[in-house]
Design a protein around this ligand. Structure first.
Ligand code: HEM
Ligand code: SF4
Ligand code: SF4
Length: 528
């Protein structure tokens, strides 16, 4: 089991509930990173619009924002509110995203890079939002300006206290204000660069939420902007202590603490907290997983494994062993997450090959495909009954307990269901080892290894290499993407699948082979 056990089961149940409300595809909890990007783009676009009508300068800033809000409320006002609400939403999805990755243990191993690059994102998102509040130059801005500068003054870096600038009218220069505008534009742009770095080790990172979810959220934000537009407070007046109303708890939760503890203590908490977070990937029990191993004698350099690796751990390099292929594959061990998806992608991973041992071009040393095939054949040999089913279960998916209490069902575990090469299914069905094959894995839309479920579905649907041969009856292959906390649901779906097997419905016992098919048995049988 990966991740923190009990919270993970709770999370799984919660997300199962969200699936019912939103459907798995549109479940926002599966799309937090993508939603972070989405909100960032809204903030950027609305920010550009606001900047066009915004005047820098102490009094001009406030007045120009008032004009934007009230004179062109239907455009600028909505833009301003969208800017505010999308910024708040960015914080919200980011915080939930961090908690979720932590609960799921998705910061270990090669994932350390995403985690470590995520920590500065926290700082930059907050710096962007806080500097944004200054732009308004109302009483809240004045409060933030004074509190922030006093807080900065707690650091021993500034020769002259910068808070002094805010004590009296006239001492805060327009140029200082222009510097703040510069910061509020520069920091978010650098944030975008960091966000790009953050996803560099992911193959096909999800940076766009599904269209339905994006449109729905945008509509909600527009509606909110019309019902409750973002407004300024009274203009800043350095002659009086600001009365703070309408506090923003998304961006400013640390500020009330400054009234209880010293600025230096708050810096200590935040800096050590961040350093502690940076260490997460290396704290606790760390099991270094074995990495994929290439067998060059069986690799033709086709690159399918490179395309399927979710963690960009494989590269194609010029061939070096004299075999007549242009490329060979190489594993970047430090990036490998031990999911086995590459082995499932290799065209040489087929039991139909004539050579005795099954030696694919790439394999997992701790779970070689030869062993998985042997286990599958042995497990199915003892099955009895009319609807014998072999369940392939991914390690991060549901637990076995109730599933195996049936003489017609055998279970074989895999690191990820996408480690199963499609020819295995063909082989087991066409050689009458089983009547059906059932795949059980993580929750739909939330594969522990990111792309395993997607690749599996595409291979079976013949949309992605290696494709499941056309002759295999699709009714004999079922799946339940239910996650780790839904054993009952898994059982129910398995029972439905068995009841729906073609021979149960009175159809001819084709034993996995579609009657009309005349494909040769050697398709997908490797090219080496
Ligand atoms: C602006 C805020 C952030 C955005 C927009 C963002 C976005 C993303 C995206 C798009 C992914 C890839 C998802 C996928 O395709 O599977 C991702 C993954 C990840 N993020 Fe973030 N992220 C943000 C902040 C953070 C923070 C603050 C942390 C933690 C400190 C973090 C930790 C991670 C981790 C560990 C992964 C890897 C998950 C995996 O390998 O499955 N992120 N993030
Ligand atoms: S096991 Fe294969 S697919 Fe998975 S991360 Fe390692 S190289 Fe990539
Ligand atoms: S899928 Fe197999 S044959 Fe193709 S490059 Fe990878 S290891 Fe080599």
């Amino acid at each position: 089991m990966t991740g923190t056990r009990t919270p993970r089961r709770w999370l799984d149940r919660l997300e199962g509930g969200f699936d019912l409300i939103f459907t798995p595809r549109h479940n926002p909890l599966n799309q937090l990173g993508a939603l972070g990007w989405f909100f960032y783009w809204i903030v950027l676009v609305t920010g550009i619009y606001l900047y066009i009508f915004f005047d820098t300068g102490l009094r001009d800033a406030y007045e120009s924002l008032e004009r934007i809000t009230h004179v062109q409320w239907f455009a600028g006002g909505v833009m301003r509110s969208l800017h505010r609400y999308a910024s708040d939403a960015l914080v919200l999805v980011m915080v939930v995203h961090v908690m979720r990755e932590w609960v799921l243990g998705r910061f270990r191993g090669a994932r350390w890079f995403a985690w470590v690059s995520g920590v500065p994102l926290l700082w930059f998102v907050y710096a962007s939002g806080i500097s944004g509040y200054w732009m308004v130059w109302d009483q809240l801005a004045q409060y933030i300006a004074i509190a922030t500068t006093e807080w900065l003054d707690a650091l021993p870096f500034f020769g002259e206290p910068i808070a002094r600038n805010f004590l009296r009218d006239g001492t805060l220069s327009g140029r200082f204000f222009t510097l703040m505008v510069f910061i509020h534009i520069g920091v978010p742009l650098f944030l975008m660069f960091l966000m790009w770095v953050h996803i560099q080790r992911h193959m096909s990172p999800r940076v766009n939420p599904p269209r339905g979810l994006a449109v729905g959220i945008l509509l909600v934000l527009v509606l909110l902007s019309l019902i409750k537009p973002a407004l300024s407070q009274a203009p800043a007046d350095l002659g009086v202590v600001p009365a703070v109303i309408g506090f923003d708890w998304f961006y400013l939760p640390a500020y009330p603490l400054l009234e209880k503890i010293s600025g230096l203590s708050l810096w200590g908490i935040l800096v050590f907290g961040s350093l502690f977070m940076l260490c997460f990937p290396w704290i606790g029990r760390i099991r270094r997983q074995p990495v994929a191993v290439v067998d060059l004698d069986n690799c033709n350099g086709c690159g399918r494994c490179v395309q399927d690796c979710p963690f960009s751990a494989l590269t194609l390099e010029p061939r070096q062993d004299g075999l007549p292929f242009s490329h060979q594959v190489e594993v970047k061990s430090a990036l490998c997450m031990s999911c086995g998806i590459c082995a499932g992608a290799c065209p040489t991973a087929t039991p139909f090959r004539r050579s005795k041992a099954l030696t694919p071009g790439i394999d997992m040393p701790h779970r070689p495909l030869q062993e998985i095939l042997g286990q599958s054949v042995a497990a199915t040999a003892v099955l009895t009954g009319e609807d014998r089913v072999l369940v392939y279960l991914c390690d991060a998916g549901p637990k076995l307990a109730d599933v195996i209490a049936d003489s017609g069902v055998a279970v074989v575990c895999l690191p990820c269901v996408a480690m199963l090469p499609p020819p295995f299914m063909d082989y087991l069905l066409s050689r009458d080892h089983v009547d059906g094959i059932f795949l059980a894995g993580c929750r739909q839309g939330d594969c522990h290894f990111r792309l395993g479920l997607e690749w599996t579905e595409q291979r079976i649907a013949r949309e992605r290499d290696p494709m499941l041969r056309r002759r295999v009856q699709r009714e004999r292959i079922g799946h339940a993407w239910v996650g780790c906390a839904h054993d009952v649901q898994l059982q129910a779906q398995l029972a439905d699948f068995r009841a729906g097997l073609p021979h149960r419905r009175g159809e001819p016992p084709a034993k996995g082979v579609a009657p009309e098919s005349s494909e040769p048995v050697t398709e997908d049988a490797g090219h080496v």
